[in-house]
Design a protein around this ligand. Structure first.
Ligand SMILES: [Zn+2]
Length: 315
């Protein structure tokens, strides 16, 4: 278990002290990327020198140069790593999440678009480790999010259906969650969503919607209850989904005062998932550590693939 003050900064003050320059950031990324020490991808050698271009580690055995940021969101970024680290700290330390406008102001970015692109890069980092499938007993339902924004073109003015899957292990604590936006209410997408996020053999609980009954023929154990009234979602039969849905709605309402586009909603669903699944982490610094750890194993996403890209199914 990583330790505060040793593996990650305990406070913002400590953050500033640890990561005063690019070199300190690079050393830290190297430590996260190679936790057992440098390993040359070409020859397996474990001794390396830092080159004059400080982001490169040169293998002492074969001379191959490896960049600590290659294949990560930091690669070829023109922004100093110190700024990246500050942004990640800020996102993790803020309990209610960060809007692009706030990030732009706090970090002094020239444009809203830059801040927005950053948030979406971080989103890719947040969802990456979320590929493990939910298992055990999972509640599955759809809820409606948003619906209070200004009537501007790209802004959500109708409520958006969001699919929710929650692990409900024995005991009081909920397990992990997965969220995804659906194109329409009660579409068949929830079946695809189930296959994307829930392991075969899992017991899935749902309401009595007819289209969900096919889950029983598709490798899942399926329990459902037909609701005579139609609460959203069913409080008693699906308490886990109900709790997550109400937390999500409150969080979205508190974070997004100016309304959100559907694509921005995707970012916020992933951020909510990241935060929820690590909600027991005692320290905000630990979130910072986890996010950076995930960042050094993620792929770079240029802005061109971000725009429009989030409307594609996201495995
Ligand atoms: Zn080598």
């Amino acid at each position: 278990m990583p330790v505060a003050g040793v593996d990650y900064p305990r406070t913002h003050q400590q953050l500033l002290g640890w990561f005063a320059d690019e070199d300190a950031c690079l050393e830290y990324l190297a430590r996260l990327r190679w936790p057992d020490g440098f390993r040359c991808p070409a020859c397996g050698g474990d001794v390396a020198w830092r080159t004059a271009r400080r982001a490169l580690w040169m293998c002492a055995a074969c001379g191959r140069q490896t960049s600590v940021t290659a294949g990560t969101i930091f690669h070829r970024s023109h922004t100093p790593l110190t700024t990246w680290f500050a942004a990640i700290w800020f996102v993790c330390a803020s309990k209610n999440g960060v809007s692009a406008t706030t990030l732009q102001q706090v970090l002094g970015f020239g444009s809203y678009e830059t801040a927005w692109a950053w948030l979406h890069k971080l989103r890719r980092v947040m969802v990456r480790p979320e590929r493990d499938l939910l298992s055990g007993v999972v509640e599955l339902d759809e809820t409606l999010v948003g619906g209070r924004a200004k009537p501007a073109s790209s802004v959500v003015i109708t409520k958006v259906p969001v699919m929710v899957a929650v692990e409900t292990p024995p005991g009081h604590q909920l397990g992990r969650i997965r969220l995804a936006r659906a194109d329409a209410r009660n579409s068949g997408q929830i079946i695809d969503f189930a296959h994307q996020v829930i392991a075969p053999g899992t017991l899935i609980r749902t309401d009595g919607a007819r289209n969900l009954r096919q889950l029983a023929e598709q490798g899942y154990a399926h329990e459902y209850k037909v609701m005579l009234t139609s609460p959203d979602p069913a409080h008693e039969y699906l308490p886990g989904v109900h709790l997550v849905a109400s937390l999500l709605k409150r969080w979205v309402a508190g974070t997004l005062h100016h309304g959100i586009s559907r694509r921005q909603l995707d970012y916020y669903l992933d951020e909510f998932t990241f935060r929820f699944n690590r909600r027991t982490a005692r320290s905000r610094g630990l979130l910072f550590y986890r996010l950076l750890q995930q960042a050094v194993t993620t792929d770079p996403h240029p802005l061109t693939t971000l725009i429009g890209g989030t409307d594609q199914p996201n495995p």
